[in-house]
Design a protein. Structure first.
Length: 254
């Protein structure tokens, strides 16, 4: 290590070795005898100076860079959530193109579908308490590149049967907005992931809950001016296969 000192006669700044501290030597610039003043920093002095630099660097990182990184992560999450909404709407549009109507928010499997019940072909019952009701999040799976998962469900059983709850333990990524509070709902011993997307349903909406078929042409204000699905968090998140959505009243309170 070296000591930086100034000659009091000629004003020249010089460096001297630590071992010369406190000794009298001649200035190489003017020849006058001067006493080298200063303290030896040695190993520990250098280490302390190095640690001070590290601490200042960390302070700069936490104070300036960390907020920027956090903001960038939040922006990336919002972009992913917005993309999820877009893909869901595309899936709903594709469902409409195939079936001629929007998927029920809560209702039978598909519009006009018939099921075999005890050997007799019977129209699907469209009552709110019908155990065969299924969420639109399940019905659009084939239109979101999740046909294999869709095929695993047993649609001749209730959505919360033992088999269907086992299948529901796997949720497609497109139904989850990457938020830190993502959770699960325990149903009959099964941990079902919570969905961040629900359909606005009930009277005055396009989310049918009574089995009625709604087509895009039926929307008086036009699809682009109509609220169909929304992103929710907290207690408004249902288990992703659960036939539960959100009403206009709950949306207003939320």
């Amino acid at each position: 290590m070296s000591i930086l000192f100034t000659c009091p006669y000629c004003g020249q700044q010089k460096k001297a070795k630590d071992k010369l501290a406190g000794r009298t030597v001649s200035c190489k610039a003017c020849g006058e005898l001067i006493k080298i003043t200063g303290e030896k920093r040695g190993f520990w002095g250098g280490l302390i100076a190095f640690l001070v630099v590290i601490v200042l660097g960390l302070a700069l990182f936490c104070g300036v860079l960390m907020p920027a990184i956090t903001a960038a992560k939040k922006a990336a999450r919002r972009m992913q959530c917005a993309n999820n909404t877009k893909q869901l709407l595309i899936g709903i549009q594709s469902y409409h193109d195939k079936h001629g109507a929007l998927p029920y928010a809560v209702g039978p499997l598909v519009p006009g579908q018939k099921e075999e019940v005890e050997g007799a072909e019977t129209e699907v019952i469209s009552e709110i308490h019908n155990p065969q009701l299924w969420s639109w999040r399940v019905r659009v799976l084939p239109f979101m590149e999740n046909q294999l998962l869709y095929d695993e469900f047993r649609f001749d059983e209730p959505w919360d049967s033992e088999h269907n709850l086992t299948v529901a333990e796997t949720m497609p990524h497109g139904l989850e907005c990457s938020m830190p509070d993502q959770g699960f709902k325990e149903i009959n011993g099964h941990k079902i992931p919570l969905a961040n997307y629900v359909m606005v349903s009930g009277p005055g909406t396009v989310g049918s809950t009574d089995g009625s078929e709604i087509r895009l042409n039926d929307i008086e204000d036009g699809p682009s001016n109509t609220l169909l699905i929304v992103e929710v968090c907290g207690d408004y998140r249902p288990a992703w296969t659960e036939p539960v959505d959100i009403t206009l009243d709950d949306l207003g309170r939320g």
